[in-house]
Design a protein around this ligand. Structure first.
Ligand SMILES: NC(=O)c1ccc[n+]([C@@H]2O[C@H](COP(=O)([O-])OP(=O)(O)OC[C@H]3O[C@@H](n4cnc5c(N)ncnc54)[C@H](OP(=O)(O)O)[C@@H]3O)[C@@H](O)[C@H]2O)c1
Length: 249
C-alpha cells in the first residue's frame, strides 16, 4: 500500500512559549545536520547529542542550537538531552561491536517524555512486517556487507535490527523511517513512502539525503505515521513519478 504525500500541517512555532523542543541524537552526522537545518527552518528549539570530538562539525550553527557532547549510547547523556523534548529524532547507526544502535535506541525509549514523538532512522534492510519483500540480490548484498563489516569489527548491522525490534516493542509514539540508498544534492521535496519494502513505488531505491532528513522532521507533526515504519524514496525518482502518473491515468 502506498499513500500520496501531503505536507502535514505545521504547528504554530512562532513564540518562545509555544516553541517545540526537538532533540537530535547523532546531530553531527550528515543526516543529523540536515535535520537540524530543517528543524530550525520550522522554528523549533534544537538540542543535539554528538561525540565530543565531533562538536566542531556543528560550528556553522553557532548558538542557534544547543549541543550536548557525549556518546549517544550513554544513558546519562541521553537522559539529559531528551528532558522536556516534544520530539526526539534519532540516527540509528550500528557502529562498533558494543550494541551502539540498540543501546542508543533503548536510552531514548526509556528517557524521552511519554508524549514525545520519537522518530528513528534506518535502512530498508530492517524488516518491519511479513509484508516486506526482498529480492535475492538485496538479501545477498546485505549478508555480504554485514559479514564484511563484522569481520573488521567496524559495524554490526544486526544491532540496527535489534534496535528496531526495541522500537517496535515499545509503547511510545514512535516512527521508524526506513531509507533507500542515499545521494547528496538539492532538495527535491518530501519523499514518498510505501508501507512495505518491495512496493513498486520504491523501485528506484534513491533518495536525497536532505529529503530523508526532511521526512524525519515532517514526521513530528504527522500523527498518521505513529507506529509505522515507512520505507521512503525520492519524490522525483522514476518509480515515484511512475506511481504518480498511474494515479492520473
Ligand atoms: N546508503 C546509506 O547511507 C543509507 C541508506 C539507508 C539508510 N541509511 C540510514 O541513514 C542514517 C545515517 O546517515 P548519515 O548520513 O548521517 O551517516 P553519517 O554521516 O555516517 O553519520 C551517522 C552517525 O554516526 C556517527 N558515527 C560515525 N562513526 C562513528 C563511530 N565510529 N562510533 C560512533 N558513532 C559514529 C556520526 O557521528 P560523528 O559525527 O561523531 O562521526 C553520526 O552521528 C542511518 O540511520 C542509516 O541507517 C543510510
Amino acid at each position: 500500500m502506498t499513500a500520496p504525500q501531503a505536507t502535514p500541517e505545521r504547528d504554530d512555532v512562532s513564540t518562545a512559549s509555544t516553541r517545540k523542543r526537538v532533540c537530535i541524537v547523532g546531530i553531527s552526522g550528515k543526516l543529523g545536520q540536515y535535520m537540524a537545518s530543517h528543524a530550525l527552518d520550522r522554528g523549533y528549539d534544537v538540542v543535539g547529542v554528538c561525540r565530543p570530538k565531533s562538536v566542531a562539525k556543528l560550528a556553522e550553527f553557532g548558538d542557534s542550537i544547543t549541543v550536548i557532547p557525549g556518546e549517544t549510547s550513554d544513558r546519562a547523556v541521553i537522559e539529559r538531552a531528551v528532558a522536556g523534548a516534544d520530539a526526539v529524532l534519532t540516527v540509528l547507526v550500528p557502529w562498533g561491536m558494543r550494541n551502539y544502535a540498540s543501546r542508543t535506541a533503548q536510552a531514548v525509549l526509556d528517557f524521552a517524555p511519554a508524549q514525545a514523538r520519537l522518530i528513528f532512522s534506518c535502512g530498508w534492510h530492517v524488516r518491519a512486517s511479513d509484508a516486506d519483500v526482498y529480492s535475492r540480490r538485496f538479501l545477498a548484498t546485505v549478508a555480504i556487507a554485514s559479514w564484511l563489516a563484522k569481520f573488521v569489527r567496524a559495524v554490526d548491522i544486526a544491532d540496527q535490527i535489534r534496535a528496531a525490534d526495541r522500537v517496535f516493542a515499545s509503547k511510545t509514539r514512535w516512527t521508524l523511517v526506513r531509507g533507500s540508498d542515499l545521494e547528496e544534492g538539492e532538495s527535491e521535496g518530501l519523499p514518498v513512502w510505501g508501507t512495505y519494502v518491495g512496493d513498486p513505488i520504491l523501485a528506484s531505491n534513491l533518495t536525497r539525503r536532505t529529503d530523508f532528513a526532511l521526512f524525519m522532521v515532517e514526521a513530528i507533526t504527522h500523527d498518521a505515521l505513529i507506529g509505522q515504519a515507512p520505507a521512503i524514496v525520492g519524490c522525483r525518482s522514476g518509480s515515484a513519478l511512475a506511481h504518480a502518473a498511474s494515479l492520473h491515468a
